[in-house]
Ligand binder design. Structure first.
Ligand SMILES: [Zn+2]
Length: 294
């Protein structure tokens, strides 16, 4: 599943491509992907003619900031929210016929796409999500995303006001791994990056969150920010199934630098001990039993 670095890479590409452009044609054949109220047909009608003012991200959600150019003031502003789900991705394409698994097709005027090109949203496993937000809460966050916690990389101003969530992250006897995956505290981490962060900080994934000492807590949060930024620089991680690709169809390269995720049975890069995999609260965790002792 795409995590923060993959979604951020997509956001940057989308931003360069379509900010300032307006939607001229929208097709949403992915009836399972279009969620929360509006039917595909109604949503298509609402989107045509709107201008893209910005593409932002919070956790694993993309937020297209849209504006009806005929409206004045704040009226006419709305947010199209997209979650890539398990294997959703955007792709630029000059195919005229919608391919299989395409849940959305967007054409623009004034974008950097080629004349014949559209932007496609692929969603083969239909766990993705596209919906029009019902409104914004504090600091412009779509109301549907108000539950999300602190985002270590986002430049959405609102995140600065969610620092209290970082404190809550450690207020639990649950395993730290489970807390890292819970989007209400740190938004954007999934299985790959939480394994990497715990490995680097030498913390056992099963340790209870509230047992971490102050120094460990600080180090964990700082390391998470570092790992996420490094992964963004490498344009994310594409696993063996290469389901994650960028807008041009290219894969990321951070998977080559993984030290924990996917390395079960292989020697630890630090101490040589055999890496192990365990299921913790329903999710697999790969770690070094020696370096990450309890
Ligand atoms: Zn080790």
């Amino acid at each position: 599943m795409p995590e923060l670095p993959e979604v951020e890479t997509t956001r940057r590409d989308l931003s360069a491509l379509c900010v300032g452009a307006s939607l001229t044609r929208v097709q949403l054949p992915g009836v399972r992907t279009v969620r929360r109220g509006l039917t595909s047909e109604k949503l298509e009608g609402r989107l045509v003619g709107l201008a893209v003012e910005g593409v932002e991200r919070l956790g694993k959600y993309l937020i297209f900031r849209l504006k009806d150019q005929n409206a004045t003031g704040f009226d006419g502003r709305m947010d199209l929210v997209v979650h890539l789900g398990m294997s959703g991705r955007f792709l630029r394409s000059n195919e005229q016929r919608l391919a299989r698994h395409v849940a959305g097709s967007f054409r623009f005027e004034g974008s950097r796409l080629g004349v014949e090109e559209s932007l496609w949203f692929y969603d083969p496993r239909t766990f993705g999500e596209i919906f029009l937000s019902q409104g914004r809460v504090d600091y412009g966050i779509p109301v549907e995303l108000a539950h999300l916690g602190f985002d270590l990389v986002s430049d959405v101003r609102s995140c600065q006001f969610r620092k209290d969530r970082l404190v809550s992250l450690f207020r639990s006897t649950s395993p730290i791994k489970a807390r890292l995956l819970d989007q209400r505290y740190l938004a954007g981490l999934g299985n790959i990056y939480s394994d990497e962060v715990l490995f680097r900080t030498r913390i056992h994934p099963r340790r209870s969150a509230n047992s971490l000492e102050l120094g460990e807590r600080k180090q964990l949060v700082q390391t998470a920010a570092t790992v996420l930024r490094e992964a963004i620089e490498h344009r994310g991680s594409s696993l063996a199934d290469t389901s994650y690709r960028d807008l041009n169809g290219d894969i990321g390269s951070y998977q080559r630098l993984h030290q924990a995720y996917g390395r079960s049975g292989e020697p630890c890069v630090r101490c040589g001990e055999r890496m192990t995999k365990e299921t913790i609260v329903g999710r697999s965790s790969t770690f070094c039993p020696l370096c990450q002792g309890r």
